[in-house]
Ligand binder design. Structure first.
Ligand code: ATP
Length: 220
């Protein structure tokens, strides 16, 4: 079944990652079927999640019984039990679920899940570690890698970027980055354009290849 944005989501494994994900999806108005094999976990979430059931996701019959086959989107949020993660993912592939997001605890685990047929791999600890490293080591206020070599960064403008209209600053040519938006203290974020003049105290969002945005945020 092909998947589209508003489709319900089956979330399998309700540890910290899976339960936060299921709750956030529900808050955003997406219908969720949440599954865990530990009755205690299911019971503790039954007040917050509308559809939460006890089932062993490594058992095809159990998956069918709870209706997972009807879903076009599913998240396998089982991490540390590799066997369960791999088996569950392969059963979802067998059921023909179009969009399968699988949590991995390592790159190797992720590669295996991808080979089995998971369409998206999430490496929460790894990704968060990388992100925090960027925040800790530089002047970045926030960092998001949107592709393997392209990032969006929230930061403060370097000395060189202040007091001159962006169109005349030559920053894109010189540093290979684009200033996307700007926030003057006390105001909301707005788009930056060629006439924008940055001030000290502004917060900016820049976009560009990872090494370029890193270099730009290290400028004095
Ligand atoms: P987190 O970091 O999100 O807390 P974790 O990786 O430490 O998760 P895991 O052991 O991977 O924890 O399990 C996540 C959840 O998946 C647990 O609540 C566990 O009960 C559930 N789970 C594990 N195996 C299965 C299974 N075969 N069927 C259904 N649920 C399962």
């Amino acid at each position: 079944m092909s998947a589209s944005a508003g489709d319900p989501v089956a979330v399998i494994g309700l540890g910290r990652f899976g339960s936060s994900l299921a709750l956030e999806l529900m808050r955003r108005g997406t219908e969720v079927l949440a599954i865990d094999h530990r009755p205690k976990v299911v019971q503790s979430l039954s007040g917050e999640l509308t559809h939460v059931v006890t089932a062993d996701a490594t058992d095809m019959e159990a998956l069918r019984q709870v209706g997972v086959a009807e879903f076009s989107r599913a998240v396998v949020a089982i991490g540390s039990d590799l066997e369960a993660s791999i088996l569950t993912t392969s059963l979802l592939v067998e059921l023909g679920i179009a969009d399968i997001w699988a949590k991995a605890v390592s790159r190797q685990h992720g590669r295996i899940l991808e080979r089995i047929g998971a369409t998206h791999i999430v490496l929460p600890e790894h990704d968060m570690g990388e992100r925090v490293a960027h925040l800790v080591s530089g002047r970045m206020l926030d960092y998001m890698e949107i592709d393997s070599n392209f990032a969006l960064v929230k930061t403060r403008p370097a000395h060189e970027a202040v007091g001159v209209a962006l169109g005349q600053s030559g920053l894109r040519r010189k540093y290979g980055i684009t200033i996307v938006s700007v926030q003057t203290p006390g105001q909301e974020f707005t788009y930056a354009d060629a006439n924008t003049v940055l001030q000290y105290g502004d917060i900016i969002v820049i976009a560009g290849p990872v090494d370029r945005v890193e270099r730009f945020t290290e400028l004095p």
